[in-house]
Design a protein around this ligand. Structure first.
Ligand code: SDX
Length: 431
């Protein structure tokens, strides 16, 4: 039940309603407007959901002003320093850090779900060689619904758990198969003796003609990036998974919808766009001209990797990735990485510029991540695929939370209609 109330009054009719205010454990209260349409015959209007909470959730908390990110209450900084991606995936799914035995059992289950059905592998042959990997990944994940339509009883806990493990386990294999298809190289099967990130790198970069040894630094850097990208409350792609899933559709189809939403340059596609932007700027001497174009609305340029709907302070993930850039590039002997130097200078200049300060625009998770992916040898078209691999843990956790909510209703927003009023059909001879 709510506490203090908001009173809504229609000044034309003086009709009033007291609306409940609901409080969470931390963070802003919400006003329950569920009765508005019934009691007042009006809808709220909030394109882009700037002031709208779409659901209750216990998974991830963000304080945009303080630059705080918690997964099930644990600060992202502590998880980045002490955990690993599969343990974080378990935490997001189950709500608690696992015991050693539970983590071992979870890891074994994920390991044993990494293979793809051979018929699924044949689907890659239908893609053109230059198909964007995000298009292939979205299509193949949707195709899992064609394979697993008989074991996805979404009312069954065990089916829901198997689905979650399959998505987390198979998405690196699906991504690697897309990459191998684009290269025209043979597909490399997953190996059960490798950890999650080493397995992914092996499937990406091994070839049948010679042994391939995964660099543990690369695997560690990838694991940290995956922790940082694993979940982020009700972002656009997660909201897409929830909305699609609210219809009771096959859960693989809901995740595929999330992959498609993530692809946009305003969302997960920004990491690829940042590298394109840095290469176009080319040199620090061109930064002032570029920023001038960004500030000139008519030019339509954006500082990609900057700004965020929620963070009006530093994105804590961007800070951690920038620190990681220094370490990874130094260990890779790339201390003179010109793109990283350019990104650091761009950040320094932008953060002193009134345009960005007044709009509270700071580097977000995508600003530096591509520089590390590039240093690890991941091709640019696969940067957003990396984001999707990590976010698959958050998507399945959020889907689980939604689908197991006994009060779940299909998500069906309303609208403000501004189209033509009633009019009669005119036969073509009279138009
Ligand atoms: C992710 O939601 C999430 O949590 C997402 C994410 C996750 O983990 O799931 O964090 C991952 O998507 C990070 C964001 C990656 N996208 C980019 O880096 C693309 C560049 N950034 C933007 O386009 C923009 O900042 C958004 C989309 C991220 C946020 O957009 P909002 O909240 O709708 O803000 P807005 O577009 O209304 O901008 C407010 C003002 C505008 O200027 P005015 O009209 O007030 O004059 O800031 C300006 C914008 O023009 N602005 C920018 C800018 N971002 C906002 N100007 C230049 N460059 C930018 N990047």
């Amino acid at each position: 039940m709510g506490k203090a109330k908001y009173r809504l009054t229609n000044l034309a009719t003086s009709k009033s309603s007291d609306l409940d205010v609901l409080s969470g454990t931390i963070g802003p209260d919400v006003v329950d407007i569920g009765s508005l349409w019934h009691d007042h015959g009006v809808f709220t209007y909030d394109p882009g959901f700037m002031s709208t909470a779409s659901t209750e959730s216990r998974i991830t908390y963000i304080d945009g002003d303080a630059g705080v990110l918690l997964y099930r209450g644990y600060p992202i900084e502590q998880l980045a320093a002490q955990s690993n991606f599969l343990e974080v995936s378990y935490l997001l799914l189950k709500g608690e850090l696992p015991s050693a035995a539970k983590l071992d059992s979870f890891t074994r289950s994920i390991t044993r779900h990494t293979m793809l059905n051979q018929s699924l592998l044949r689907l890659y042959g239908g893609f053109h060689h230059n198909a964007h990997p995000m298009a292939m990944v979205a299509a193949i994940i949707a195709s899992l619904a064609a394979f697993y339509h008989d074991t996805t009883n979404i009312t069954d806990d065990r089916h829901r758990e198997i689905f979650s493990h399959r998505i987390i386990a198979k998405i690196p294999t699906i991504a690697a198969a897309a990459y191998k298809h684009a290269l025209g190289q043979p597909f490399v099967y997953p190996r059960n003796d490798l950890d999650y990130c080493s397995n992914m790198l092996h499937m990406f970069f091994a070839v049948p003609c010679e042994p391939y040894v995964v660099d543990p630094l690369h695997a560690k850097a990838l694991d940290l990036l995956f922790i940082l990208h694993a979940d982020h409350e009700q972002n656009a792609s997660t909201s897409t998974v929830r909305l699609a899933g609210s219809t009771g559709c096959n859960p693989y189809a809901a995740i595929s919808a999330g992959v498609s939403a993530l692809w946009g340059p305003a969302h997960g596609g920004a990491n690829e766009a940042v590298l394109d932007m840095l290469e176009k700027i080319g040199d620090v001497s061109h930064v002032p001209d570029f920023l001038a174009r960004v500030k000139d609305k008519a030019a339509g340029a954006r500082l990609m990797g900057f700004g965020h709907r929620v963070y009006k302070n530093f994105d804590p993930r961007a800070k951690l990735i920038r620190e990681m850039c220094h370490k990874v590039l130094a260990k890779l002997g790339q201390t003179e990485n010109p793109l990283f130097e350019l990104a650091l200078k761009l950040e320094e200049i932008a953060l002193k510029d009134e345009y960005f300060i007044s709009r509270k625009l700071y580097p977000n998770v995508d600003f530096y991540s591509g520089i590390i992916y590039r240093a690890l040898g991941i091709p640019r078209p696969l940067f957003t695929v990396m984001f999707a691999i990590a976010r698959s843990a958050g998507w399945v956790a959020q889907w689980q939370e939604m689908i197991s909510d006994p009060t779940l209703k299909i998500a069906r927003p309303r609208q403000l209609y501004t189209g033509p009023v009633l009019r009669d059909y005119v036969p073509v001879k009279k138009r």
